[in-house]
Each structure stands twice: as structure tokens, then as C-alpha cells.
Design a protein around this ligand. Structure first.
Ligand SMILES: Nc1ncnc2c1ncn2[C@@H]1O[C@H](COP(=O)(O)OP(=O)(O)OP(=O)(O)O)[C@@H](O)[C@H]1O
Ligand SMILES: [Mg+2]
Length: 247
């Protein structure tokens, strides 16, 4: 890995969690009553590890990522990012923490149609208030890292689904986050491209020393992850070591 991509986020005490959810409950209004999307969920994630979340549709997986991303405030419970209690921050401080500490990858890469792959990464940094030559150099290095060095000047419609997802991953890593939240990254991809994306996510997790959560239906790829937790009716099992690959 070139030095430009080496992680710069400060390590606190080694092994300290990057993301902690403590007794999180999330309810949404639903007609006259409420629906409980998350029911007393706790989770602690260490840098450099991939935790997979599996579970049926409607069980609360995306809600968990929404709370972990700090975009949604839980009804009760505590969210800590690198030890900071997010609930104690003002909205402006929370937005800043989100920009600096959290990378998000959704199923459908939300890329801007008019921008090239390189520009998608650069504009994210501009929004962060940084920019300049260092940004361009980092964006180029990241595109190279995800296997898109030759596609830097292409716009989304000139990229395959797998390539778009790679741009999405590179973009999420631009700010050198502590936490990477990934929702169904392979849902729109065929088997081989799905496997390549899962491999890439597991590799960058180690290289960037980020705590990664991947929501997935692809149980075949769970052996690549470090731990698997199951969501059912808003409740999360304790993460267990991923099963060994079959065969
Ligand atoms: N904005 C919302 N308003 C009201 N209810 C919601 C909202 N978002 C999610 N829910 C409800 O919360 C529950 C959990 O939804 P969530 O999207 O987290 O599930 P999921 O596990 O991600 O499902 P899928 O696998 O289909 O993506 C569901 O009952 C859903 O209908
Ligand atoms: Mg979902």
C-alpha cells in the first residue's frame, strides 16, 4: 500500500471499540401505535474487524446501520464513536463527527451522474472543507486500490455495477473513517462480482484499520468475515465467529 493511503486516525487505547451501541431501542410511529425496529440492541466493534449482520426482511438491519451512522437518533440507549457519546453532541458537532469518522456504503451506489469516478471522491472531500492536491492524490490512490485506476475519468453510466460499487467503497474511505457501514453491497451483483466486493471490503477493513459492519443476505461469504450476528424482530444475537467455508 502506498503511504498516501495509510490510516491517520489516532489510535486511542489499543482494542478500544470504534463503534459501541449500548441498549439501543428505536421505535417508529405507525398509525395509532408504534413499530419497534430495534429492541435493546448492544454491539461493540473493534477496528480492523468485519462484523456481518444477517436476518429476515424487516428485522431491523438497516435501522441498526442508520443509528450507527448517527443519521437516526435512537429512542433510547447510547451510541459511542471512538469513545464519544453521540447523544451529548450538538447537531453541528454530530455532523462533523459523521463526516470525519463514518463511511457509508449502500446497496445502490448513490453516485452523481455528471461526475467522473475521480470527481465523486474529490467532491466528498470538498464538502468536508478540505481539498487541493492532497485530495486529488488520495482520490487517485484510492481508485487504484479498488482496481479502478483506468476508470478514473468515467462517469457512472460508463461503469459496470461492480465498478460503481468500487467507486462507492473508495468514496466511503476518502475521509479515513473509523467505522464503515455497508448495507447489502452485493444485492445487485452476480456471484463472482459479489465475492470480489466482499473480498475487497474485508481487505480494506484491515488496511485502513476500520471497524466494518456489513448487512448481507449472501451467507456463502460469511466465512470471509470475523463475526456474524443475527437480527430478528429488532433483537440482535451476540456476534459469533464466522462459520468455516464449506468444502
Ligand atoms: N422510516 C420508517 N418509518 C416507519 N417504520 C419504519 C421506517 N423504517 C423502517 N421501519 C420499520 O422498521 C422495521 C425494521 O426495518 P429495517 O428497514 O431496519 O429492516 P431490514 O432488516 O433492513 O429489512 P430488509 O432486509 O428488507 O432491508 C420494519 O418493520 C420497518 O417496516
Ligand atoms: Mg434493509
Amino acid at each position: 500500500m502506498t503511504t498516501i493511503l495509510q490510516t491517520t486516525h489516532t489510535q486511542t487505547t489499543s482494542g478500544a471499540p470504534a463503534l459501541e451501541l449500548e441498549r439501543i431501542t428505536l421505535t417508529y410511529p405507525d398509525g395509532t401505535g408504534t413499530v419497534t425496529a430495534l429492541d435493546d440492541v448492544s454491539l461493540s466493534l473493534t477496528p480492523g474487524t468485519v462484523t456481518a449482520i444477517v436476518g429476515p426482511s424487516g428485522s431491523g438491519k438497516s435501522s441498526l446501520l442508520a443509528v450507527g451512522s448517527t443519521l437516526v437518533t435512537p429512542t433510547s440507549g447510547v451510541v459511542r464513536i471512538d469513545g464519544t457519546d453521540v447523544g451529548r453532541l450538538k447537531e453541528s458537532e454530530r455532523s462533523r463527527l459523521r463526516r470525519e469518522k463514518i463511511g457509508i456504503v449502500f446497496q445502490q451506489p448513490n453516485l452523481l451522474q455528471s461526475l467522473t469516478a475521480l470527481e465523486q471522491l474529490i467532491i466528498t472531500d470538498r464538502l468536508r472543507g478540505t481539498g487541493g492536491d492532497a485530495t486529488r492524490t488520495r482520490a487517485q490512490a484510492l481508485l487504484e486500490r479498488v482496481g479502478l485506476a483506468d476508470a478514473a475519468r468515467r462517469r457512472p453510466h460508463q461503469l459496470s455495477g461492480g465498478q460503481r460499487q468500487r467507486v462507492n467503497i473508495a468514496r466511503a474511505l476518502m475521509g479515513d473513517p473509523s467505522v464503515l457501514l455497508v448495507d447489502e453491497p452485493t444485492a445487485a451483483l452476480d456471484h463472482d462480482r459479489s465475492e470480489a466486493i466482499m473480498d475487497l471490503l474485508c481487505q480494506v477493513t484491515k488496511e485502513f484499520d476500520v471497524a466494518t459492519v456489513i448487512v448481507t443476505h449472501d451467507t456463502e461469504f460469511l466465512p470471509k468475515t470475523d463475526a456474524v450476528a443475527t437480527m430478528r424482530d429488532g433483537r440482535l444475537t451476540d456476534p459469533e465467529h464466522a462459520p468455516a467455508a464449506a468444502g
